[in-house]
Design a protein around this ligand. Structure first.
Ligand code: PLP
Length: 400
């Protein structure tokens, strides 16, 4: 009898681990390493949120709570959806979990049966395909290339849908590309989805507040009310409120799905951390004053990184609408040899040589389902970003 489960065999170890481990090794050996891999804001959780958490502790709000969220937080989430997205949800249509990740996982666990297909636009957040596999479904990646700014076209979506399609996972702005769908682009995808009533929509709106210039964030159930009854609108406080470690995510959707997700959660983790829920309550109901300055800061960093990467030979870096990632294409670098003698056969070799020879750690594109590219997270200071981009420029200039 095998000790490890068949379920585990369905999941691949994270391809990003190799780079992360190597970066940590080099750092431990005293090398000057710049990590551009982490997907989290580089500043602290705002003070009003931290204070709310401290109050919660002092007031003894440290016990089990309702499995899928305290009523006050559910009410605040209903108000957030109404205020920011024009969506009406009742508290029994809201679930709160341990990070956005658990929300997506609960939904897939609660709905996927063997043979069920889940359409995942690529480049994708690394966890989507593996979560689908863990849940027993079949991931169906559909590649959106740089020609369409990494956005899926309606024709691609139409072609990918089959009678077995259960979910379409939509993530705008996207990790890893930062691409955000305009209202018109999302409208066109919704028109396709309207024709296929068996398909549910999982909208991962984690980067809602991190959008630049005059980009307007929209979400499917808001754009097309006829999809409301088969859409799970997922969000969380991790990225917008610099709260990655607090682990609070949430979703609004049809009550029967929300109930099923709560059942999964009740037999796995129970409630998300009580103190974090009070912190999230403050995040959603307290001042939103820091969101705009943060957006400005990230926009400046994006502009810096995009212009410096485009100045690197062999690199093409589109300017994304949101999040804090860029996903440059490095077709012009493949097949060359680095100054240190490494053969750049693919994007994994590029990332590996870049780290070895310059100390800059990025995540290679194959991890996200589109090559040859790499992902830069620009959630770090402009001084560090400038130095990192200079090193990337000279690494690329040294390719022969
Ligand atoms: N969705 C996307 C697109 C993400 O990039 C992430 C985190 O990297 C998550 C969900 C998960 O967020 P959380 O940290 O709240 O679990």
């Amino acid at each position: 009898m095998a000790f490890l489960s068949d379920t585990l065999a369905r999941v691949k170890p994270s391809p990003t681990i190799a780079v992360t481990t190597k970066a940590a090794e080099l750092k431990a050996a005293g090398r000057d390493v710049i990590g551009l891999g982490a997907g989290e804001p580089d500043f602290d959780t705002p003070e009003n949120i931290r204070e709310a958490a401290k109050r919660a502790i002092d007031q003894g709000k440290t016990r089990y709570t309702a499995v899928d969220g305290i009523p006050e937080l559910k009410k605040a989430i209903c108000e957030k959806f109404a205020r920011e997205n024009g969506l009406t949800y009742a508290p029994n249509q809201i679930t709160v979990g341990t990070g956005g990740k658990q929300i997506l996982y609960n939904a897939l666990m609660a709905t996927c049966n063997p043979g069920d297909e889940v359409i995942i636009p690529a480049p994708y957040w690394v966890s989507y395909p593996d979560m689908v596999l863990l849940a027993g479904g079949t991931p169906v990646p559909v590649v959106a290339t740089i020609e369409t700014d990494f956005k899926l076209t309606p024709a691609q979506l139409e072609t990918a849908i089959t009678p077995k399609t259960k979910w379409f996972i939509f993530n705008s702005p996207s990790n890893p590309t930062g691409a955000g769908y305009t209202r018109a682009e999302l409208r066109a995808l919704c028109d396709v989805l309207l024709r296929h009533p068996q398909v549910w929509i999982m909208s991962d709106d984690m980067y809602e507040h991190l959008v630049f210039d005059d980009f307007e964030f929209t979400t499917p159930a808001q754009i097309e009310p006829a999809l409301y009854n088969r859409t799970l609108t997922c969000n969380g406080v991790s990225k917008s409120y610099a709260m990655t470690g607090w682990r609070i995510g949430y979703a609004g959707g049809p009550a029967h799905l929300i109930k099923a997700m709560g059942t999964i959660q009740s037999q796995s983790t129970s409630n998300p951390c009580s103190v974090s829920q009070y912190a999230a309550l403050e995040a959603l109901t307290g001042t939103q004053d820091f969101l705009a300055p943060n957006r400005k800061l990230f926009q400046r960093r994006r502009d810096l990184v995009v212009s410096m990467l485009n100045a690197a030979p062999g690199v093409t870096c589109p300017k994304p609408e949101g999040a804090f990632y860029v996903y440059p294409d490095i077709s012009g670098c493949i097949g060359k040899t680095s100054a240190g003698g490494a053969k750049i056969t693919d994007d994994e070799a590029f990332a590996s040589a870049l780290l070895e020879e310059t100390g800059v750690a990025v995540v290679f594109g194959a991890a996200f389902g589109l090559s040859p590219n790499f992902r830069v997270s620009y959630a770090t200071s402009e001084t560090v970003l400038e130095e990192a981009c200079k090193r990337i420029q000279s690494f690329c200039a040294g390719l022969k």
